[in-house]
Design a protein around this ligand. Sequence first.
Ligand code: XMP
Length: 507
Amino acid sequence: MQTIIILDHGSQYTQLIARKIRELNVYCEIHPFNNPPAFDKDVVGVVLSGSPYSVRDNDAPQPDLWFKGKIPVLGICYGAQYMVNAFGGKVEQSNIREYGRAVLTSIDDTCKLMKGITLGSQVWASHGDTIESMPANYKIICSTATVKNAGYHIEGEDTYAIQFHPEVHHSVEGKQILQNFLVDVCGCKQDWTSDNFVTATVKDLKAKLGNDKVVLGLSGGVDSSVAAMLLNEAVGKNLNCIFVDNGLLRKNEFASVMESYKGMGLNVTGVDASQMFYAALEGLKDPEQKRKAIGKTFIEVFDRQATKIKDVKWLAQGTIYPDVIESCSVKGPSATIKSHHNVGGLPDYMKLQIVEPLRALFKDEVRRVGKVLGLKEELLSRHPFPGPGLAIRILSDVTQEKVRILQEVDSIFIEGLKREGLYNKVWQAGVMLLPVQSVGVMGDERTYENVVALRAVESVDGMTADWSHLPYDFLADMSNNIINNVKGVNRVCYDISSKPPATIEWE
Ligand code: XMP
């Protein structure tokens, strides 16, 4: 399969480059600049990403460009500046730091990369350095009012570079530039589609798994559900799914999701382990300790169930691409802020081989694959829900009573969003139960009850998020509904924090 390699120098936009390339139906992979893969014949081009570093920094990333001149290369921002600095040109700190919008004031329309790009097109730049002078065989292909060397082509090579970011939304014709690189320079056929992914993956899974038994933990979420459907196509009844009720799911979720899974023909066993989880969480207040206790209990329950399946050889996981990238971060920006236990949480003694059919996909691609496989809309369009469930939305210690209160509030909020046609407009919504009590008055009685905070965010991938501007009338309706119907709650707040600097969950 034709592959583009993206060498990551730590830019916040690297994943966005990959997503845009995938949207153009070309397969690509992100690799750290200092740990590139061996290039096989499938590699048809390389993209050099941006970076938070300046090429003039002592500890700046120094990729080995052995492939330059042999296969097509596109340098973006730092990537563009690096290829100038490393081969005899000059990159200096710019007098006019170019951040944000700029427009192209000249374009070389004979250049393959700039085909169809219009003069005056808006581009998005984010660099404090600029290319002052270039080696002799570097030819300018576009300029902005303040940056003469905004893009170049190295003559005699299929090497191109631009100092602005074609991958961001604000570069209006950025996608066209990427397409020009992929199709006109690299010769990509644009045949990486969800249908082809399903056909190829099912074929690979059949070859890899043969007649072996596979066990998979289902969570009710999109990722594990889509992984299950792919494996079901490949190995049918040899796939054994386990769905654990950890007592931290949404109201009625266990029963309704079990029902859906059975309707999809999956071989699934439901295990009610709520009491084990509550016992493991008893008295724990620290968020990370809570996560660890839940992770450990999950593995105990799952393991006990999995060992009942005779001769099982494989453990399937719904790991997706951002998990893989995050867990092998360069010294770049994606430091671990919370310990997500989705990756690598398997104890040695299970001795199972791992199969991860979605390992190469971004979340939106998983949804598209789910659609091709006929996954029900209600599962497909579900908001993400954290593995540790309501436990990390109950601040401080978790009790069964607090879970009950939160389930009731959450259900009113989520059902309200659905009723008002807002559910699919927000990326994720939920409610936090705060470890705070406040004074209220109901009838003639003074109350002293719990406070809840509603949270709804807009996002693409959860890495950054903005709070959703839900209508005031809707929020007012939710507040009334919650306080009147859920005993134990007398105050409702709405969280208006973006990520960063806040996170989506409160713990
Ligand atoms: P944060 O709170 O880090 O969340 O902004 C980003 C996304 O990750 C989800 N999340 C988790 N998912 N295990 C999970 O499986 C976890 O421990 C966990 N913590 C946060 C969160 O719901 C959001 O979608």
